[in-house]
Write a protein that binds this ligand. Structure first.
Ligand code: HMG
Length: 305
């Protein structure tokens, strides 16, 4: 099997994971989580979002979390921004990257950001321009690229259309997201192929929720196309508040185990990552959503190496 020799991981647990938690965690816990993730070797972390606190109260502490980071050189700190108001709020906190987030399905766009796909692109255009003028890298998240919780199946043409629009306003990289985890490998490959009509291979990444247990298979399908950047969430945290019933992203621990097992380099120390996952799972008062973490912790508890 032809695989990229190394994969770049974007840890999205602090944002995608914690945005969906019923209980509000103190900013200090989020800061400590980021600290542990970077100590485990993650070099790209989605920290928080600058969205309406009425819509997503879990991210209302964005300034406190960003201010509390102990930044490490070589780590890219990313934040989600839906509009100019969000960018204005984010700029003083010095993110290295912003993520604008659109949807391949109209219904999800309305539910998530309260506007149509076309309106979202109009909103993003000045955000992208201002961020790039400030030297900030702009990534785009493309939700619902294989299925939508409100519309069902999403055609690859809709994905291609969104990718084309993102490209036209200067978004530098796009993530192909399976928001509800309904995708299977061939459908995911079709979504990437539509995206690759507009972006080069090194400008695309995968973001797979694991609701139906397909996230690792979908990752492998994307790897086979040559995709070498993936989002993942420590302890499998997460979901989207506007995609009810969707479980978290593929657990970073599970993805790292898969990649290392195939000889693909990630730069991540799996043991330290499992510790970071144990830390946040304890803070949330529940077991890790990562099967690899649970297996390694059980083995450790049993005293075997
Ligand atoms: C986009 C909006 C703001 C539009 O919301 P809206 O109501 O259409 O916005 P508006 O411009 O009419 O403003 C309404 C109120 O929101 C405020 N407001 C307006 N903008 C901001 C802002 N940036 N920060 C803080 N406040 C803001 C604004 O000031 C006003 O306040 P009020 O006068 O009522 O007190 C809203 O729909 C929203 O915040 N949505 C949250 C969406 C979200 O965070 N979803 C989860 C992240 S996406 C995701 O998880 C998917 C992803 C990326 O992981 C990939 C995947 O798996 O699919």
């Amino acid at each position: 099997m032809n695989l990229p020799p190394k994969v770049h991981l974007v840890e999205v647990g602090p944002r995608d994971g914690l945005q969906n938690e019923a209980q509000a965690l103190p900013a200090a816990v989020k800061i400590e989580l980021v600290q542990r993730l970077q100590a485990a070797g993650l070099r790209h972390i989605e920290v928080t979002s600058y969205v309406s606190p009425k819509w997503v109260p879990q991210m209302a502490d964005n300034h406190a979390v960003m201010a509390g980071l102990v930044r490490q050189s070589g780590v890219r700190y990313a934040v989600l921004v839906p509009n100019l108001k969000g960018l204005e709020a984010a700029l003083p906190d010095r993110p290295d990257e912003i993520v604008v987030f659109g949807s391949a399905s109209e219904a999800f766009s309305q539910k998530n950001i309260n506007c149509s796909v076309a309106e979202s692109i109009e909103r993003f255009a000045p955000v992208v321009q201002a961020a790039r003028a400030a030297g900030i890298f702009v990534r785009g998240a493309m939700s619902c690229t294989v299925g939508c919780p409100y519309e069902g199946e999403v055609a690859p043409q809709q994905v291609g259309q969104l990718a084309r629009l993102m490209k036209s306003i200067g978004v530098q990289h796009v993530g192909v997201a399976d928001t509800t985890g309904v995708g299977t490998p061939l459908k995911v490959q079709r979504a990437f192929e539509a995206t690759l009509q507009h972006y080069a291979l090194h400008e695309v990444s995968g973001h797979f929720h694991d609701t139906y247990g397909q996230a690792l298979a979908n990752t492998l399908a994307a790897l086979q196309l040559g995709v070498a950047q993936f989002d993942a969430s420590v302890a499998g945290l997460g979901g989207c508040p506007y995609a009810r019933g969707a479980s978290g992203n593929v657990a970073t621990e599970d993805l790292v185990y898969l990649l290392h097992g195939m000889g693909v380099h990630t730069g991540v120390d799996l043991e330290a990552l499992v510790e970071a996952g144990a830390y946040i799972s304890a803070a949330l008062g529940r077991p890790s959503g990562s099967r690899v973490a649970r297996a390694l912790l059980a083995r450790r508890a049993a005293g075997s190496a």
